[in-house]
Design a protein around this ligand. Structure first.
Ligand SMILES: [Cu+2]
Length: 194
């Protein structure tokens, strides 16, 4: 189980910040993101709900289809956002499909909807709040969504509330690989912070 020996070290390096390899990560972080060393929950992005080109709503069919691209050097991210730098809102009762594209050249990633809020520990239990809202083998370094792969999950957002999209690979959510995921009861839909 080599991931247990490798990842705490990586997470530690990220948490400590250091001076040297953080340049690229800092450049790609949205202005709303909290500093990487923060372990408390940052403030969620505000502003209007937008419809980026990776986010498609069909009100007649009551579906939302979105693409989340995972990758980057630590802190790892979805769609270039870390530490809740994006907030995704979907209407309650809609059927949601998320295509997780792993664009990271070297690292396994995963995705699921967590009912437990940040801050996240090094190990996030591989459970999800909505049936089907989790990629396969989400904590595995060798059998989750591997570099170059795309994995789709489809689920019904059946209960309104505040949730979080998390990566279950050890150390990833801890280091910032998570987004806000809100299920609205008033039909609100869109993305903040994109
Ligand atoms: Cu990850």
């Amino acid at each position: 189980m080599k991931r247990f020996s490798i990842f705490p070290a990586l997470a530690f390096a990220v948490a400590c910040g250091g001076g040297e390899p953080a340049e690229g990560a800092a450049d790609s972080a949205p202005a709303v993101a909290a500093p990487a060393a923060t372990v408390s929950a940052p403030v969620a992005p505000t502003g209007p709900l937008t419809m980026p080109d990776w986010f498609h709503v069909d009100a007649d069919a009551q579906t939302v289809h979105m693409t989340l691209t995972a990758g980057g050097t630590p802190p790892w991210h979805y769609n270039d956002a870390q530490h809740g730098g994006q907030a995704i809102t979907v209407p309650v009762g809609y059927t949601i499909t998320i295509d997780l594209v792993n664009d990271d050249p070297v690292m396994a990633h995963s995705l699921g909807i967590s009912a437990d809020p940040p801050p996240f520990g090094g190990v996030v239990e591989a459970v999800t709040v909505f049936d089907g809202a989790i990629t396969e083998n989400p904590a595995s370094m060798v059998d989750s969504t591997m570099p170059g792969e795309t994995e789709a999950v489809t689920f019904v957002a059946e209960t309104a509330g505040d949730y979080w999209i998390v990566c279950y690979i050890t150390g990833h959510s801890f280091s910032g690989m998570w987004l806000y995921f809100n299920v609205s009861s008033d039909g609100s839909v869109g993305v903040q912070g994109a």
